[in-house]
Write a protein of this length. Structure first.
Length: 157
């Protein structure tokens, strides 16, 4: 009788041990999943926050010249802010390309800047594009030229 009780007790302990291991595994996996879901949503919300512009863009039509590896190209800025612009051009530059540009406002001195291509609609079909071009972020501009861009954006409000 004592052997039967010990055997039953051993079976129960083994069963409870296996159950405990399975529960720990199950809850750790569900916690990992919820942590990764949280991380994914956090990354998504951070990306959404990053995509919000620091400075709102103002619609404008200003001619520019761009210094590229292929030479000087004429184009037009369709909207601008202190932080960047949308440049309308027939052949947008590759993503990440850094180039010099000169904005040619009609009533001010030329504004020089260095910009980086952030996005482009070069691969969008022609019938789906209103203005072929690229979004750029200004990465270098003199304080004087920043003030001139600020004046341009305030005039357009």
């Amino acid at each position: 009788m004592f052997k039967n009780v010990t055997l039953v007790f051993g079976i129960i302990v083994c069963f409870l041990g296996i159950l405990l291991v399975w529960l720990i595994y199950y809850f750790s996996k569900s916690r990992d999943r919820s942590d990764s879901d949280y991380q994914s949503s956090l990354k998504l919300s951070q990306r959404t926050e990053e995509e919000k512009r620091l400075h709102p863009r103002v619609d404008i039509n200003l001619p520019i010249s761009m210094e590229t590896p292929e030479g000087t190209i004429g184009a037009e800025i369709k909207n601008i802010s202190i932080g960047g612009a949308f440049i309308c051009c027939k052949k947008p530059l590759p993503l990440g390309e850094v180039f010099s540009l000169t904005i040619l406002p009609p009533d001010n001195e030329p504004i020089a800047a260095t910009a980086r291509v952030i996005w482009s609609n070069v691969n969008v079909p022609e019938d789906k594009v209103v203005n072929r071009g690229m979004g750029v972020r200004f990465i270098k501009m003199s304080e004087k030229h920043i003030q001139l861009v600020r004046q341009i954006t305030q005039k357009s409000d």
